[in-house]
Structures are given as C-alpha cells and as structure tokens.
Ligand binder design. Structure first.
Ligand code: SF4
Length: 348
C-alpha cells in the first residue's frame, strides 16, 4: 500500500466498514481523499473515535453543509490580484504554487480548491506573472508558499522558485506552509532541504500538526533535517473536536512540537469550510483550552489562538484575555493569573 485514494481502497484495507462504501463514495465524489501509508499506519482500525482517522478518513457528515459555511471561508478570492497570489496584508503575500497535497484533511479550509481534479499547479506563464507581481510591489517583505502543499513539488521546481524569490531585493523572508514532514516524511530529503534554502534570506517552515501521534520517529527525523539545516520551524494546528480539544492532548502536542525544535505558532479555530461542522468546537471551548494550557505548560508551548474572519479580513487573536477593567472610572485593571486568581493592577 502507498496512498489510499478511493472508498473501495479504504474498505479493502479496513479503514471504512464495507457496508458504508456506497455512502462514502458520495463524499469522495465531492472532496479529495489521499491517505499515505505513514498516516494510515497510525490509525487504530478498532477505535471508532481514532483521532488520526477523524482527520483523514471521509465521513458522511461532510455532506451536511450548514448555511453559514462558505466555499472560500477565508476569502482568498477577494484578495487575489493575479492567479496564485493572495495579497491581504500590505507586507506579505501568499503564493499558491499547487493545489495538490500528500494527504487531504477532512477539515481543509481550501477543500473546494485542492485535489487531483483541480489544476496541478501554476503554469509557467502564471508563475511568471505572479513573480512579476511580487517584484513590482516593494512593500512585499515576506512571501508565503502555500497551496496545496508546496513540498509536493520536486526539488528542481522548488529550487527554481526560491532562486526567483531570492532575486527580488525587497523580499526578505520566505515561509513555507506544509504537512509533508508528517504526511510523507521521506519526501523531506536532504536535496529538498537544500532546495528551499536561500542564501542570505531566511526560509521559515510552518509544519501543520494536529495530534502528538503524528510526530512519529520518521516525522521527527524529517523535522530534524530541516532544523539541522538552520531552517526555523513553526507549527500550525487546527483545533478539532474529537482530535485535540482536550488539555491533555493539546499539552502533549505542544510539548512534542517544542521537543522537535518547532515553535508553536498558531492554533486555528476551525474555519467555516463546507461540511466540517462536526469537527469544529465553539470559541468559548477553545479559549478555555488555551487557559488550561497556559496553566500547565511552558511559555515555549503557547501558540496564539486565532480565527480567520470570513470575507478575507484576516486573522485575529481570539483570546482568552487575562485583563479586565474595574473601578468607577476604569482606572484599575484586574489581571488573572495562571491559576485563575485575580489581581488588581494600576492601568498606568
Ligand atoms: S495539507 Fe493543508 S491544504 Fe492540504 S488538505 Fe490538509 S489543510 Fe488542506
């Protein structure tokens, strides 16, 4: 087995009961599926609530679309001046090189745009136009390669893109968003690591990990190849019901990331992607989880809990807040400590 892509294959290998094959085919006809062996091997087929299966095995609940869900939940389209570019914030752009991923997450915020039935990647002409756009906007300080998964591309292709970005003086930082170190760690080869480094400009890699079990020995080695090459590593985690929405799992995940030299960066509240309601938590539960994490884990283990505002209005940190005002004219602050104790502090 390499990568499972159909309902029949998932049934044959025991990841979906055969009596559900037809129902699951309705989901796979709508949304892409890919389950590579390194992640498939982590699934306990006897556990109906397995947190790895919950992320990657299609579920009939995905056909339940809620009125508030959106095909483009974070509003990429509204901020795309040329194909492949999203320019939402003045100093940075997304450069979407491909719509292909090694694994398709059931909660993906770009699930309507990714998959093998979508264009494989930017054409040569579209890439040239995207690079021209970056080159002609001197306020662009950072380019974020995203997708799809940019590390699905060959080292040769990545090297060419990185060289083009290196040649643009005002681009000082390149960031790559990827799930590859956990999805297919063997693809993070020494050659690929060399390809994504730019002389004189830092490449940051943000690794998407949602459960501590994803950080297998092979995944840790892949992360170590990046870190040993001097590439700073950050994490992105999506808060998912039944996957990582307990303090114990989140604490374990954040500690494991730090042990792998990955600085926890963002904890994303689940986006309003179609058919993902069964995986979203409510904001209050996310805030309470963050509060508990603050009370039990090192400052190194604290991500920022963020929400992408629909319509393309960007990310906002959504707390929790530890400061409130009190006093007749608000001259006192009340600051909460990590045990929940409250303390007055002068506003200035
Ligand atoms: S790896 Fe990222 S882009 Fe690909 S399916 Fe998962 S969340 Fe979506």
């Amino acid at each position: 087995m390499t990568t499972l892509r159909t309902a029949a294959q998932l049934c044959e290998h025991g990841y979906v009961p055969s009596n559900l094959q037809q129902a699951i085919e309705k989901v796979t006809a709508r949304y892409a599926v890919a389950l590579p062996k390194p992640l498939a091997d982590l699934i306990d087929r006897n556990d109906p609530d397995d947190p790895i299966a919950r992320q990657f095995i299609p579920d009939t609940a995905e056909l339940d679309h809620k009125p508030e869900e959106l095909s483009d939940p974070i509003g990429d389209g509204a901020y795309s001046p040329v194909e492949g570019i999203v320019h939402r914030y003045p100093d940075r752009v997304l450069l979407k090189l491909t719509h292909i991923c090694a694994v398709y997450c059931r909660f993906c915020f770009r699930r309507e745009m990714v998959g093998p039935d979508k264009p494989a990647g930017l054409s040569r002409a579209a890439l040239a136009a995207a690079l021209d756009y970056i080159g002609s906007h001197p306020q662009i300080w950072e380019v974020i390669l995203t997708g799809g998964d940019p590390l699905i591309l060959s080292s040769r292709r990545l090297r060419a893109v990185m060289k083009s970005l290196a040649a643009i003086d005002h681009v000082k930082v390149v960031r790559i968003h990827t799930r590859m170190p956990v999805a297919e760690p063997d693809r993070v080869t020494a050659d690929l690591v060399r390809a994504i480094k730019i002389k004189g400009k830092p490449t940051y890699v943000a690794v998407h990990v949602n459960h501590p079990r994803e950080l297998t020995a092979q995944a840790r080695e892949a992360c170590a190849r990046l870190a040993d090459a001097g590439i700073p590593l950050l994490s992105q985690t999506v808060l998912l019901a039944g996957v990582n929405d307990t303090a114990g799992v989140m604490d374990g995940l954040m500690r494991a990331l730090v042990e792998c030299r990955i600085k926890p960066y963002y904890l994303h509240h689940g986006d309003l992607a179609p058919g993902t309601g069964h995986l979203r938590t409510d904001i209050a539960a996310g805030q309470e989880l963050m509060r508990r994490l603050r009370g039990r884990a090192s400052g190194l283990c604290q991500p920022t809990y963020v929400l992408d505002i629909p319509g393309g209005h960007g990310k906002s940190p959504i707390g929790p807040s530890y400061v409130t005002r009190c006093g007749s004219n608000g001259t006192q602050a009340v600051v909460e400590d990590f045990n929940g104790g409250q303390h007055r502090y002068p506003v200035r």
